[in-house]
Design a protein. Structure first.
Length: 267
């Protein structure tokens, strides 16, 4: 969701969701405590912060001056799950919500108006949460892609079934201009937008597992220069390490939201 209702003043930065139809266009974190969240991600990912137009509980994260993510410290107040959520670009939020409901998914919030666009928070038919955004992106899509997420990955029960669901909702592999391409590669579904890998879908998650880390969910991967340094910073600032490798680590922030840091060389 675009947490800042003021689009960029530079015309070259204003990109419509029509230009990147069906592609991930933003990531947002629902947290409990804004100060703790800011301190943690500043230490781990080097982010800086600016206020958002939605109020005191919202912030925009900046990487080298570019907006890369939104933070909403509303989990306790709104009784929402602490989690990272990807948002996908759609030409019509109303149409996308209707398609989700027709195919067995659910609409949790919205569509709501957040000028210069509209957003909704949804869940697919296996329970994985995602969002949609219709309207202007307040930073250039390529700038956002290079500054923050490497890609997002859906861990789900059945990758093929999920690809059909999202494809029909988000117009993947359709006749829509600028739509995303879908391929099956190395035992997973790979989504490309303008030639770049922007999402992956893999099978194996358990729908009713008691552990939320192995239930269907979207995982956000952030590019970093030094995975080991991120791991040390996460542990020092109240987070935890779920899995660590030479080029990738799965981390959990102090509120419990999990994300992945990926070496820039591997992204």
């Amino acid at each position: 969701m675009n947490h800042d209702s003021t689009p960029s003043s530079r015309a070259t930065d204003v990109v419509s969701t029509h230009s990147v139809c069906g592609a991930p266009c933003w990531v947002s974190l629902t947290s409990r405590d804004l100060g703790t969240t800011e301190d943690f991600y500043s230490a781990v990912l080097g982010w800086e912060w600016r206020p958002a137009k939605l109020g005191d509980r919202f912030r925009i994260a900046l990487a080298e001056g570019a907006p890369v993510a939104g933070i909403a410290a509303v989990a306790s107040m709104w009784q929402m799950t602490v989690a990272w959520t990807p948002y996908f670009a759609v030409p019509s939020a109303d149409d996308a919500v209707a398609r989700v409901q027709e195919r067995g998914g659910t609409a949790a919030v919205g569509p709501l108006s957040f000028p210069p666009g509209r957003a909704a928070l949804l869940a697919d038919r296996d329970g994985a949460t995602f969002g949609i955004w219709e309207g202007e992106l307040f930073t250039d899509w390529e700038t956002w892609r290079k500054a923050a997420p490497a890609f997002i990955r859906l861990h789900t029960r059945d990758a093929f079934d999920a690809a059909i669901f999202y494809g029909e909702v988000l117009d993947w592999a359709s006749a829509h201009p600028g739509c995303c391409e879908v391929r099956y590669e190395a035992n997973e579904v790979v989504l490309r937008s303008h030639g770049e890998i922007v999402a992956r879908i893999e099978s194996g998650a358990l729908e009713a597992a008691p552990d939320p880390t192995i239930r269907p969910h979207w995982q956000v991967h952030f590019r970093v220069a030094d995975v080991a340094a991120c791991v040390r910073a996460a542990e020092k600032h109240g987070g935890s390490v779920l899995r660590e490798g030479a080029t990738e680590a799965v981390l959990r922030d102090p509120d419990g939201a999990q994300f992945t840091v990926t070496s820039r060389r591997e992204a």
